[in-house]
Design a protein around this ligand. Sequence first.
Ligand code: UD1
Length: 338
Amino acid sequence: MAKTILVSGGAGFIGSHVTVELTQAGYNVVIADNFSNCDRTNYNGVCTILGKKLPLVEMDFCDMEAVRSLWKEYKPDAVIHFAAFKAVGESVEDPLKYYRNNLESFLNILQITREKSCNVLFSSSATVYGEPEKSPVTEQSPRQSATSPYGNTKQMCEDFLRDCVKAYEGVRGIALRYFNPIGAHPSALIGELPRGVPNNLVPYITQTAIGKRECLSIFGNDYPTEDGTCLRDYIDIVDLARAHVCAVARMLDGKMKEPYEIFNVGTGRPVSVLELVKAFEKVNGLKLNYRFAPRRSGDVVAIWADPARANEELGWKATRTVEQTLAAAWAWEKKLSE
Ligand code: UD1
């Protein structure tokens, strides 16, 4: 019988892509979302791609009663937890909002997984490494103290999961540390839908290219890198989603070597902001209006993954080139303005 995976935040950018890949791999997926930071566009897109309507529960994971009735109804074999606030700047302005929402919802999930002996996949972030002494970073690279309440919630949730797995029989957990997820599904039916002015680079680029924004500011061109702009590891969203399928299979097929495991999900390839902009221009045959601006506070200079552990243990590897990913991101932006 097909296993059931609960995807919290399944209507969001990452959750919707993961839902598609899991369903195509043969899992039953239940989406739970409170639509606090997205509309139904991606949910509808997921159903169109898959040619069927997936179960959708509109709920908040901070509501323990709702969490209990969700488990009662669907009895998931594993939960992938995406439902969280994710704006770094906002978390600095309103830390309590982030601590209450991101920690309480995850504590509720851990509570129910303890009661029901369930598997948990937590969506963590490369932000836990802070400004690393050197890149590529491995899972053993030291975590640095978080520079934002958002980053702090990622570290704390990782620790909650580690401690619960250790203490409670039957609970297993995997944390995936994402580098910079970008792009969109090749169908252009699901993608990133930032509300208001985008904080992240690629949505800002595509919105500038389409004319929604006047000019991209490149934050800092005096960093100690080859072209002076920051280096990141941009990971295609479909590649990233496939890593979740591998991790879920590892958990449910009893292949984990430890009851709590961590994997970097990145390409291992550093790309500068300027290189990314130029690649976007080239692959899509257009000129982008950009200028150099002062550094953005809180940005790390350079970070990229050593993905060897995920490659070897999960049998997963990033396959898409930055050009393919940027073409998909542009196709999605164009589709949005049709
Ligand atoms: C940030 C968060 C990360 C989070 C991710 C997704 C930190 C340190 N980073 O990553 O945890 O998971 O967002 O929400 O907490 N840039 C510009 N102009 C822009 C926008 C960005 O030049 O308009 C540059 C930035 O300075 C940076 C690069 O592009 O060098 C990537 O920025 P961004 O997409 O915001 O991701 P991160 O800051 O790396």
